[in-house]
Design a binder for this molecule. Structure first.
Ligand SMILES: NC(=O)c1ccc[n+]([C@@H]2O[C@H](COP(=O)([O-])OP(=O)(O)OC[C@H]3O[C@@H](n4cnc5c(N)ncnc54)[C@H](OP(=O)(O)O)[C@@H]3O)[C@@H](O)[C@H]2O)c1
Length: 237
């Protein structure tokens, strides 16, 4: 099957990475993915991989099967008003009210919520959940996350997800350190510190392409789901 993909945030760092994968012809098993529509906010970048981009006010190029969104929360909200197609949401930094809008949309069309589309981050989260359950509460826990200086939200969506796992395991108020510097793609580190010893779990992304591939795997997963609801990336095998 050939699936047409719409990209929200097409001119951004992630949008351009996904578009370049699609331009090379991206297939996953029997499924192929092509770029069919692209939205930006400013119209700063007018075309991508030979395809004209548009803003929300402008008419869509052609119907798509699935949207992949790496933009800003306001962009995500505008997309959910415009479309009735499944949406892979890679954007982070939603308020509780915006999360409710996503939940309401997902009653009609499936949504995959993925604050981090790398394989390693999902492994880290599983390892953290287990470690935090086993660890004595005498450990002090410090969560550190480092990203490039242009990243808008803090702590990152992935850090928030890791904090959820810590809270569920009874570590209520871990110290969180955020660094925004240089061109760091994304590092998350959880330190369990006790007298005389320290255990460190760390994940580093060095290439954005990892996130882009994960998002396309997410699109395939979503396109094969029938039930409309919010899916989480942990549900993907
Ligand atoms: N899930 C993951 O694994 C993962 C990985 C990396 C990043 N992220 C998240 O993905 C998002 C984008 O990251 P990025 O580094 O690609 O950002 P970026 O380079 O700043 O790109 C943002 C893109 O969104 C567009 N945009 C911004 N506001 C918009 C609006 N209101 N309506 C429509 N389009 C809008 C921008 O258009 P203009 O160029 O016209 O301004 C641009 O195309 C962030 O939330 C980031 O945290 C997630």
């Amino acid at each position: 099957v050939i699936f047409k993909v719409g990209l929200l945030g097409a001119s951004g760092r992630m949008g351009q990475e996904i578009a370049s994968l699609l331009a090379d012809g991206f297939t996953l098993g029997a499924d192929a993915f092509v770029l069919a529509d692209g939205i930006t906010r400013s119209g700063r970048l007018q075309s991508l991989e030979g395809m004209p981009l548009r803003t929300f006010g402008e008419e869509s190029r052609e119907p798509v099967h699935v949207w992949i969104d790496f933009s800003r929360p306001e962009g995500t909200m505008a997309l959910l008003e415009e479309t009735d197609r499944p949406v892979v949401i890679g954007t982070t930094g939603f308020t509780p009210a915006q999360m409710e809008t996503i939940e309401a949309f997902a009653r009609k069309s499936p949504v995959l919520l993925c604050p981090n589309t790398s394989v390693g981050m999902n492994l880290l989260n599983a390892m953290l959940a287990q470690t935090a359950t086993l660890a004595s509460k005498d450990f002090a826990v410090v969560l550190e996350e480092d990203h490039h200086k242009l990243k808008q939200d803090a702590p990152s969506g992935s850090a928030k997800r890791l904090l959820e796992s810590l809270t569920q395991a009874g570590f209520e108020n871990p110290t969180v350190h955020v660094t925004r510097a240089g061109s760091i793609v994304g590092t998350h580190r959880i330190r369990f510190i006790a007298d005389g010893e320290e255990l460190v779990l760390e994940h580093r992304v060095t290439d954005r392409r990892i996130f882009a591939k994960g998002a396309l795997h997410g699109a395939q997963f979503l396109l094969h789901r029938k039930e409309p609801r919010v899916y989480r990336i942990e549900e993907m095998k």
